[in-house]
Design a protein around this ligand. Structure first.
Ligand code: 1GP
Length: 271
């Protein structure tokens, strides 16, 4: 029989998750950089990760909608780990996106997929490998907005409307009640525009879990608006991959902190 001690042990947060929550507590929010192994050589990726760390990003997420090779992923994660001290978190698109060399994995369910596989099938198939590698699995509900991005097409998504916050809020609250500790509002990599502030705010008004927002954030103005509306974590990928502009990244991170510092609550009532 499993002892009470063991059961309580299981409820403890892992090292990376505690680090994330501490960073949010310290700075009001956190920035993460998403790097896609399909867009870089492992050497370029490591160099870019180091630059991002120097500008204040708090973690490197590795993944992408069309990631194909676990070998490439392993090489990238190892190279990044050699060059940065911040955590490397896997952002998987499928079961081949699991590397034993990472610090943690977003254990995510694409809640608005129409396909069982992306809601729980891939998770079921990948779970033993995660256990075998001893990876820290961080439970996250993943919500995809819009229809003209790779993640939307590949994930067989029933797209969330950008301007109907109550729909996203309902999904996010369901994620919270299902025990997920993070919810990711995803506009899709390279999206024309980020998730609108009012929609983020609608989610913030009903959930207590940590809100991650990404997709289409390309300027300090975007990042300030996103954290001001209630995002705890912002993710950028494309802007750094394309521009490699350290100064712009630094301003995006600074603006995110300013946005978080300027938040005004209180909460609205439920729909
Ligand atoms: C994609 O939200 C991330 O999953 C990052 O999006 O590449 O548009 O910054 P961008």
């Amino acid at each position: 029989m499993i002892s009470l001690l063991k059961r309580l042990e299981m409820l403890k947060l892992g090292r990376v998750e505690r680090y994330i929550l501490n960073e949010i507590e310290k700075n009001g929010c956190m920035h993460m950089t998403l790097l896609d192994p399909e867009n870089f050589s492992p050497q370029e990726m490591a160099k870019c990760a180091k630059m991002c760390e120097e500008q204040g990003t708090g973690a490197i997420m590795v993944g992408g909608s069309i990631l194909q090779s676990q070998t490439t992923l392993d090489e990238c994660v190892m190279m990044i780990k050699e060059n940065v001290s911040i955590p490397v978190i896997l952002f998987p698109n499928n079961i081949n996106a699991i590397s034993r060399h990472a610090d943690a994995i977003w254990f995510m369910s694409l809640l608005n997929s129409t396909d069982w596989y992306y809601i729980v099938g891939a998770q079921m198939q990948g779970s033993f490998l995660i256990k075998k590698y001893g990876l820290e699995a961080i439970p996250m509900g993943y919500l995809v907005f819009g229809s003209d991005t790779a993640v939307s097409a590949i994930g067989r998504v029933l797209p969330l409307p950008f301007n109907k916050g109550e729909v996203a809020a309902g999904y996010a609250l369901a994620a919270q009640y299902l025990g997920m500790r993070f919810v990711y509002l995803e506009a899709g990599s390279g999206a024309q525009n980020p998730i609108p502030p009012d929609t983020i705010r609608a989610v913030r008004d009903v959930v207590e879990i940590t809100i991650v927002v990404g997709g289409g954030i390309t300027s300090p103005e975007d990042s300030r608006a996103v954290t001001k509306a209630g995002a705890d974590i912002i993710v950028t990928g494309t802007i750094v991959e394309r521009s490699k502009n350290a100064e712009l990244l630094s301003r995006i991170i600074q603006a995110a902190r300013e946005g978080a510092a300027s938040r005004q609550w209180p909460k609205k009532t439920l729909p």
